[in-house]
Write a protein that binds this ligand. Structure first.
Ligand SMILES: [Mn+2]
Length: 247
């Protein structure tokens, strides 16, 4: 008799900010937890400590969440000004370690907003440090002031992409809360979605069980936009497959 599996464990990276008492806090917006729960996964919070790489080995998928900027030194760039901020060395370090650990295990990986940027930095990719000053030809507002569950700009997906297959359309409207973006994608990754101004909004890892990064925030859309939930469903399904193969 085949024992029924527990639901797949999804390791989730956390933001780090210092509170008014001077003590650092690790946290995540609950919408990420909600999206993983809805998709059938069990959220596991991975604190910004080196031991999280050990904890990830017990998980079946890695979800990289949104947040502050990466230190430009980590992707080999000079500081292009002061248009980046919210850097946490502990978070930068932990997420790069988590990504390396997931790759070594061929574990499904899903990066959202800062998460797609983390995947670029972990490889040999690079970032636009500030869209208004670093990509002035943009005709879009990527830092929307509308509510988080409101979609504000279009994204076009490549014909044969995993993204298009999951979302079920070549064009979708997304929300947008980023002042940085992926400039160049790392080796083994390919761009599969662009905004109308040419900015990279999605990328996929070639020849990998499930490697996906998106620049928008589908976790804020899962209750109102079925295709956003499908991203999490596909990710958790891949985590489930990883879990089954591990046994
Ligand atoms: Mn955008």
């Amino acid at each position: 008799m085949v024992e029924s599996l527990l639901r797949p464990l999804i390791g989730i990276s956390l933001s780090r900010e210092t509170g008014p008492d001077g003590v650092a806090r690790d946290f995540v917006r609950s919408t990420y937890l909600h999206a993983v729960q809805l998709a059938g996964g069990v959220p596991i919070l991975l604190a910004n400590i080196a031991e999280s790489a050990e904890a990830l080995k017990s998980c079946h998928g890695l979800l990289l969440t949104g947040g502050g900027d990466f230190d430009p030194a980590l992707y080999g760039k000079e500081d292009a000004g002061t248009k980046w901020g919210g850097v946490s060395p502990e978070r930068d370090h932990t997420e790069l370690l988590l990504i390396q650990t997931a790759y070594a295990l061929s574990m499904p990986i899903f990066g959202i907003c800062r998460g797609i940027q983390a995947l670029a930095v972990a490889g040999d990719g690079s970032l636009i440090q500030d869209i208004p000053s670093g990509y002035p030809s943009s005709c879009l507002n990527h830092s929307q002031t509308e509510p988080r569950a409101q979609v504000t700009h279009l994204v076009r997906m490549e014909q044969s992409s995993l993204l298009k297959a999951i979302m079920g359309a070549q064009e979708i409207s997304v929300n947008s809360f980023h002042h940085q973006a992926v400039m160049t994608v790392p080796k083994d990754w390919t761009v599969t979605a662009y905004a109308e101004d040419g900015l990279i909004e999605g990328m996929e890892r070639v020849a990998y069980p499930f490697g996906l990064g998106v620049q928008w925030h589908p976790e804020d859309l899962v209750d109102s936009h079925p295709e956003a939930l499908q991203l999490f469903v596909s990710f958790v399904k891949a985590a489930r497959q990883y879990q089954e193969e591990k046994i």
